[in-house]
Design a protein around this ligand. Structure first.
Ligand SMILES: *Cc1c(COP(=O)(O)O)cnc(C)c1O
Length: 380
C-alpha cells in the first residue's frame, strides 16, 4: 500500500530516544524540550516557542492565554479539521463559523469584515454578537494544508475591532507569507507535530509568538501555573507540556526540516505538472500572498466526477494506493450544528470535490509515477 502521509524517520530519532532512556530524561523537563523550543522559534521566525503535548492542546492554551472566556464566540473558518473547533469548545467558547474563499481555501476576510460590521455591537467596551448576545473573544484563521490566510488584511480588521488572533498553523511549518516567515503573523500561532504532519514528534505541538510577556504567560499556564518549586499555583493551569521523549524525535526531524518541506513541494509540483492536462481537473489553490507548505497534495474534481468520489477512492485502494476525501466542514459536524454560521457556499462545494493523494516525504519517484498513472486511468 502506498500510504497517504506517514512519518519519515530516517534521521537520528532512535539515537536521540536512546539518549533519553540512558539519561532518565523522559518527561517534560529535559534538554530536547529546550532545544526543540529554540529550534522551532528559529525555524518559524518567532521570538519564542512553547512545546505542547499536541496541536489541539496548544490551541486551547493559546485561546486561554489571549483572554478567551467561557461563553465567548471565536471566529473560525468552517473548512478546517475539527480540532480547531474542539479547542474553542475546550476553552468554554463556541465557534462563529465563516466561509472560505475559492482561491485560497482560507477564511474569507471580506465576509468577516462585513459580518463584524452588521452583526456585532460595542457594549461597555466589549464586542457583542447581537443574535446570541455573546462576546466575540478572538479570531482563529486556519492555514489550510499549510497555506497562510491573508494575514495583513485580517490583522488590520482584528486591530480595528480589538480582537486577538490565534492562528491554527498546524501544518504550516515551512510556509511563507509575503516573504515573511509564519512566527509573527498572529498574536499566537500553533503548530502540530502529529504523525501525519510534515515533521512529527509522535504527538505534540507548539505555541509560537513574538511578544515576550504573552509567551511567558503561555509557558506559565502550560506548566500548571506554578510559581517557584513549592507547590504554589496562581491560576487554573494545564499539564500540556511536550515530553523529552517526544522532543527527541522532534529534534531529529527538525534537523531535516528543509529537506522534508522541499519534498512536500516537489510532490505537489509533480502532481500538478503530470495531471494538469486531464480535462476538468483542478489543484489546491496558490494565492499570490503566500507560498504554502504543501502538507497534502491532491486534485479537485469537477462536480460530475465528484459524485463518484467514494468509488474513485475505492478503485485507487484496489491498486494499493491510499487516497482519501478531505475535511467535512465544521458546521456539518454533530457537535457544531447550533454554532452561528454564515452562508457557506464555497466550503459546501469544495469539500465534496477534494481527493488527497499520497504525499509522504519519502514517496519515491516510481511510486508517485504509479499513482499518477492510476489516477489517469481511473479518471479517463
Ligand atoms: C493536525 C491539525 C490539528 C490538530 O493537531 P493535533 O496535534 O493532532 O492535536 C489542528 N488543526 C489543523 C488544521 C490540523 O491540520
Amino acid at each position: 500500500m502506498i500510504p497517504l502521509a506517514i512519518p519519515n524517520l530516517a534521521g537520528r530519532e532512535a539515537e536521540y530516544l536512546r539518549q533519553c532512556i540512558e539519561t532518565g530524561y523522559v518527561s517534560s523537563v529535559g534538554p530536547f524540550v529546550t532545544r526543540m523550543e529554540t529550534e522551532i522559534a528559529q525555524a518559524t521566525g518567532a521570538e519564542h516557542a512553547v512545546a505542547t503535548s499536541a496541536g489541539t492542546t496548544g490551541l486551547h492554551l493559546a485561546l486561554v492565554a489571549v483572554g478567551v472566556k467561557p461563553g465567548d464566540l471565536v471566529i473560525l473558518p468552517t473548512f478546517t479539521f475539527i480540532a480547531s473547533a474542539n479547542a474553542i469548545s475546550h476553552a468554554g467558547a463556541m465557534p462563529w463559523l465563516f466561509d472560505i474563499t475559492r482561491d485560497s481555501w482560507t477564511i474569507d476576510v471580506d465576509l468577516v469584515d462585513r459580518q463584524l460590521r452588521s452583526d456585532t455591537v460595542r457594549r461597555s467596551g466589549e464586542l457583542i454578537h447581537k443574535a446570541t448576545n455573546r462576546r466575540v473573544g478572538a479570531i482563529m484563521p486556519v492555514y489550510t494544508l499549510g497555506m497562510p490566510a491573508d494575514m495583513d488584511a485580517l490583522n488590520a480588521l482584528a486591530e480595528e475591532f480589538g480582537l486577538p488572533i490565534v492562528a491554527d498553523a498546524a501544518a504550516a511549518i515551512g510556509a511563507r507569507y509575503r516573504d515573511r516567515n509564519i512566527g509573527a503573523l498572529a498574536h499566537l500561532s500553533v503548530l502540530s507535530f502529529n504523525g501525519n504532519k510534515t515533521i512529527t514528534s509522535g504527538g505534540g505541538g507548539a505555541v509560537i509568538g513574538a511578544q515576550p510577556e504573552l509567551m511567558d504567560h503561555v509557558r506559565h499556564l502550560c506548566t500548571t501555573a506554578r510559581r517557584g518549586a513549592d507547590y504554589d499555583h496562581d491560576a487554573v493551569g494545564f499539564n500540556y507540556r511536550m515530553t523529552n521523549l517526544e522532543a527527541a524525535v522532534g529534534c531529529a526531524q527538525l534537523e531535516r526540516l528543509a529537506e522534508l518541506v522541499a519534498a512536500k513541494r516537489r510532490i505537489s509540483a509533480t502532481y500538478r505538472a503530470q495531471l494538469s492536462d486531464l480535462p476538468d481537473i483542478g489543484f489546491f489553490p496558490q494565492p499570490n500572498w503566500a507560498q504554502g507548505a504543501c502538507w497534502f497534495s491532491g486534485i479537485v474534481l469537477d462536480a460530475r466526477r465528484s459524485q463518484r468520489l467514494d468509488e474513485i477512492c475505492t478503485a485507487l485502494r484496489a491498486k494499493g494506493i491510499e487516497a482519501r476525501k478531505f475535511w467535512k466542514p465544521v458546521h456539518e459536524q454533530a457537535p457544531y450544528r447550533a454554532a452561528p454560521t454564515t452562508t457557506t457556499p464555497v466550503a459546501d462545494d469544495i469539500w465534496r470535490r477534494i481527493l488527497t493523494l499520497p504525499s509522504s516525504t519519502h514517496l519515491t519517484e516510481q511510486d508517485q509515477a504509479f499513482v499518477i498513472q492510476a489516477v489517469r486511468d481511473i479518471l479517463r
